[in-house]
Design a binder for this molecule. Sequence first.
Ligand SMILES: [Zn+2]
Length: 298
Amino acid sequence: MIQLTDAEIKNRCENDSVYKRGIEYYLAGRIHNFTYNKAGTVFQAFVMGTSLYRVMVQRYHGELYTSCTCPAKAKYGGDCKHIAAVLMYIKNNQAEIEDNLKNKVAYDLFKEFEEREYIPDELKQPVNIEVTLESDQLNTSLSLRMGIDKLYVVKSIKKFFDDIDEGMVVEFGKGFSFDPSVNTFKDEDMKLIKFLREIYEIDKINTENSYYRVDSVVSGKYVRLTPSNLEKFIEVMNGSHFNLVLDGKSYYDVDVAFEDLPINFKLEKGNNGKNLRLIVEEIEKVRALDRKGNFFCV
Ligand SMILES: [Zn+2]
């Protein structure tokens, strides 16, 4: 069971006026279809605001995790008025909820939820992702940052995938934790996540089932890219942006473009009027991303 106080609900809110609006919503009876699981650890309700939003409240390892499908929760991170209203509802109906749980009345209330167990992906809160490609003479590798309002470095990509596969909450510090039961990735980031997951899974098989010591390509915050994986990455990032660190120099919000290089070639006659000289303009701005010369940074 979730034990709540007014002070806790207030503290979780983005600010005091959000808290006050939450109480107003609660008092105005804007909460609908309030349900919970038989363990009394997951609560769900719909709150009528500008439109109908779905609020989830979950207790996990003693911590309270909340999500709401409204834009404010995604934008600010702190609890929105809809969550505050639902928490207030839980707080004020605590005795009745506990009674229902004891008498198993909630079983029927929650049948649909139990069958599913997990929240459908479309109701989860998506996180923001930023990817950085670092390339120098020796290596090409990727790293990730993610969060809701502020972005945090994914310090171990291997552990991140290990943890979310186990259904564990990944802590990124005070401001953000990724909970696979309430968080998800944005549609436009799914291709990138799938790409990284593939590398992670192959790497896992290679390093775990080998008699010999195999160098892991997923190490700490970096995923090392082979030339063919770099090619895949460029395809995956077509239409979105990434950061690029090329030989130590940073470029932000890099686009992928499949087009001819913006280089002008000029043929000029040599001084004696007989030889031709090839002049390449703007070549100093163009840098190769890979040895094969498939990709260039312009
Ligand atoms: Zn909300």
